[in-house]
Each structure stands twice: as structure tokens, then as C-alpha cells.
Design a binder for this molecule. Structure first.
Ligand code: FE2
Length: 221
């Protein structure tokens, strides 16, 4: 049977540096937190500075149960991330391509291309697929926004992962804001909220299932 790809493209401009957006899209830890309405479990099987091989238990539009997907993320180059998703005994195959374009200093445009492989007779679903994926992009974008804003805000205050902010840790120091601090990301992103066991794998479980505001409030810094 001839295979055919439905496709969809979504894009948006941001006021965030490119590497902050790469941090956001590469991070698997927040999937069961920020996107708890869509995901209940993520398992990272292997990850390094270029690839991440994982499994996700996702609630997709129009699918009435959680679908386990096998996912392979690749930083193809410094401006592009590709993700391959397989589900349902590999009968479902989707590919996503994320392009990160710094259109001005510290301002990045994100373009997402979605493809799903279907038998050719199903190509009539193209408009529906396009509509669903564009809506998904906007929904996920809005869910991620508070986290991005908070990250950039604390970054300018000197925040470092697992260290915090110097003037908060030490009240004798004066508050300082460096609006020009260059945002950098180093993959893989360090993590702490996975289930602690002897496995090399890192498993993250959803612990919030009611309010998206739990744990995401912005302190008055
Ligand atoms: Fe996200």
C-alpha cells in the first residue's frame, strides 16, 4: 500500500533567546508537570548532548486512552531538532521538525513541521490533521509560556541550576540584575525529579493532575 504523509506547519515569534527555547523543547522533565493534561509518564532510556531516546504515555486528540509512544529526538544542528515518534506496534509513525531562527538578538522564531504517515487513501484527512496540529501547537505554547518567562527572569538574576541565585542564598549580597547575561544551554539537561532506582533509565511520573498552577507560581524576587 502506498504510504503518504499528512503535514502541518506552525510557527510563532518569541522574545526569548534561541537556547532558552531549545532548553524548553529538549527538556523531558516538565512534560508530566507543565503538560500534565496530556502526559502521565515519561521514561528516558538514553540521552546525550545530541540525542534522546525515550518513551511517553500520551493522551492525544481524539484518542480516548493513553497511547505509549517511542520517541527519538535528535539535535540535527544548532538550529534544528528532529523528533521521530512511533506508536501502536509501530503502525503509527510521526515526525516533527523544529527550526529555531534567531531573527533578532535574543529573539527567536520557532517553526514546527509535523508529518504523520498514513495510507494514501487517507489523504483526505489533510485539512483535519493540519487543524489539529496547529491547535495543539497553540495549546502547548500557552502551557510552556509561564515556564519560559520564569526561566528568563531568574536567569537575569544570575540563577544557576541546582545552585539558585546568589543574593537569595546569601542575604548579605546586593540584588543584581544582568539584563545582558547571555543565555546558554548545555545538553543533556540535568534532572532531579525522576524515580530514584539503580536503573540507568530516568522515569518521570505525573504528580499533579488537577491544577496547572501548582509549583509554577512566580515569587516576588
Ligand atoms: Fe513544553
Amino acid at each position: 500500500m502506498t504510504k503518504y504523509f499528512l503535514h502541518s506547519t506552525s510557527s510563532a515569534k518569541t522574545e526569548f533567546p534561541k537556547e532558552l527555547l531549545i532548553w524548553n523543547y529538549w527538556d523531558h522533565e516538565h512534560i508530566v508537570g507543565t503538560h500534565f493534561e496530556h502526559y502521565k509518564k515519561v521514561n528516558i532510556i538514553y540521552e546525550d548532548d545530541k540525542v534522546c531516546f525515550s518513551e511517553r504515555w500520551a493522551k492525544l486528540p481524539f484518542v480516548p486512552f493513553y497511547l505509549k509512544t517511542t520517541d527519538f529526538c535528535i539535535m540535527t544542528n544548532e538550529n534544528q531538532m528532529d523528533v521521530h515518534h512511533y506508536a501502536f506496534f509501530n503502525l503509527i509513525y510521526c515526525k516533527q521538525k523544529f527550526n529555531f531562527e534567531e531573527y533578532a538578538p535574543n529573539k527567536c522564531k520557532v517553526t514546527k513541521h509535523d508529518y504523520i504517515q498514513v495510507p494514501k487513501f487517507m489523504k483526505f484527512l489533510q485539512p483535519l490533521f493540519n487543524k489539529i496540529m496547529q491547535k495543539w501547537f497553540i495549546n502547548v505554547w500557552e502551557e510552556d509560556m509561564p515556564m519560559r518567562i520564569r526561566r528568563l527572569r531568574v536567569w537575569k538574576l544570575g540563577f544557576r541550576d541546582f545552585h539558585g541565585i546568589d543574593y537569595i542564598n546569601n542575604p548579605k549580597l546586593n540584588k543584581s540584575i544582568d539584563k545582558n547575561r547571555n543565555y546558554t544551554v548545555k545538553l543533556p539537561i540535568p534532572k532531579i525529579t525522576h524515580i530514584k532506582n539503580k536503573s540507568y533509565e530516568k522515569t518521570f511520573l505525573r504528580i499533579i493532575n488537577k491544577s496547572k498552577h501548582i509549583g509554577y507560581g512566580l515569587l516576588d524576587l
